[in-house]
Write a protein that binds this ligand. Sequence first.
Ligand SMILES: Cc1cc2nc3c(=O)[nH]c(=O)nc-3n(C[C@H](O)[C@H](O)[C@H](O)COP(=O)(O)OP(=O)(O)OC[C@H]3O[C@@H](n4cnc5c(N)ncnc54)[C@H](O)[C@@H]3O)c2cc1C
Length: 423
Amino acid sequence: MKEISAVDFGKEVLQSGKVVVDFYSTECAPCEALAPKFETLAELYGHKINFVKIFRQENRELANALGVSSSPTLLFFDNGKQVLDTISGGIKKSEIMNRLDSMLNSEEVNEIKINQKPTFSEYDVAILGGGPAGLTAGIYLGQAKLKTVLIDPALTGGYMGITHQVSNYPGYEKPQPGFMLAHYMSEQAKQTGIDFKIAVDISAVDLLKKEIVIDSLETIKAKKIIIATGTTPNTMNAPGEKEFKGKGISYCATCDAKYFANKDVIVIGGGNSAVEEALFITKFAKKVTMIHQFDKLTANQTAIEQLKANEKIEVLYEHEPREFEKRNGKMITLVENLKTKERFELMTDGIFVFIGFTSNIAVLGRTVPALDKWGYIITDEDRKTNIPDVFAIGDIISKKYRQITTAVADGTIAAITISKEII
Ligand SMILES: Cc1cc2nc3c(=O)[nH]c(=O)nc-3n(C[C@H](O)[C@H](O)[C@H](O)COP(=O)(O)OP(=O)(O)OC[C@H]3O[C@@H](n4cnc5c(N)ncnc54)[C@H](O)[C@@H]3O)c2cc1C
C-alpha cells in the first residue's frame, strides 16, 4: 500500500494497471473505520491490485477533478481508466471485495480466497449496536477495564446520529445536532480503549455459544453479549416518503413537534403511539389531521377520549396516504378514501408517521431471547435477558419510553452489572 500525492497520480494510478484509490481525511470516523479494512485487503489483493491512499485535504484539486466530494471515497482504475462505481461513507469490506473480485479473473479470485485466513478473538463483552445505548455500555465497560468490542453494521450513533437537533439530552444549554452528540459519545467510548468494529457485515450470531462472526471470517467470542440493535420505524413505502424523511416527514414527536408551533400537521396512524403523539403535538400545532386506515382508533380508551375532547384534532377514518410531495415549502399528501377510492390532496407544514417500529432482532439468528407480544426483548431490572450472559438495552427492549436518556440509562445498568460479574 502506498500513500501518494496529486503529483504522483499519473505514474502511480493512471499508468499502473489495476489500482484502488482511497481518498481519506482526518477527523473522519468512516475513514478511521475503513483504514484497517483497506490495509487487510491490501495484504490479500496487493499482488494483483495496487492500493493507494491520497489525503484529500491536501489534494483537493485532484479530488474535485475526480468528483470526490466526501471522505472516504474509493475509486477503481484499470489501465488508466476509471472502472466500477465509486463507494463512499461507511464502506463495508464485502462492498470493496465484490468490486476487487470483479477486476480479476476467476482463477485469481480463487487463489486469493484460499489465502483468506479466518481469525478468532476473545473478549469479555461484545456489544451489538453502537447507538446511544451501546456506546454508553462501551464507555462504562472500557472504564471498568473489561476487554470490550462494539460491533455495528453502520456507523456509530444510531438514531441520535441522524436526528437534526436534540434538545432534551441533559448537559447542553442549546439544542445539539444529533451527529455531534454521536461524535462526542463515540470518541468518549473510543478513549476508554474498547475496540470498534464498524461498517461490518454481521454474518452470524450465536447467543448460546456467545459467538459473533463478522465479515464471514472474523469470529468474536465473548463472555457476555449485549444486544443494543435498536428498532426500525415502519414505513408506508409510499412514493416521496424516503425522499422527505427528516425534511418534512418525521417519526418522532418528542423530537420535532416543537418545530411546528402554530402550524398544520398530519399524523398518520391510529394506535396508542399515534394517538398519544397527536395529543402531544397539539401543544404546539394549530391543527392536527389524523389519517387512519380503519373506522375506529385502536388506541386505549382513555387516550381516545382525550383525543375526542381535543378540538385541534380531526380524524379521517378509512383513509390512507398514497404519495408525498413538497411544493413551495409545504408538504402535499395525496390521500385516498378507502371506501369511495376518491383521492385528494392535503397541504400541511409537516407529517408525522406513527405506524409502529420493528425491533431489530432478525440478526440474532435462531436463538432469540424471550420477546413481548410486540417483538421487543424482555429484560429484568439489570437488563438481563432469559439467555444466560446475554443482556439487552435501549430501544430494542420491552419498555414504555424510548429516548436517548432511557437508552443511555439501560447501557449504564447493563455495564455496571457486568463489571460486577466479571472481576
Ligand atoms: C427520527 C427520530 C428522532 C429522535 N429524536 C430524539 C430526540 O430528539 N431525543 C431523544 O431523546 N430521543 C430521540 N429519538 C429516540 C432515540 O433516538 C432512541 O430512543 C435512541 O437512539 C435509542 O438508542 P439505541 O442505542 O437503543 O438504538 P439506536 O439509536 O436505534 O441504535 C441502534 C444501533 O444498532 C445498530 N444495528 C442495527 N442492526 C444491527 C445489527 N444487526 N448488529 C449490530 N448493530 C446493529 C444500528 O446501526 C444503530 O447504530 C428519536 C428517534 C427517531 C426515530
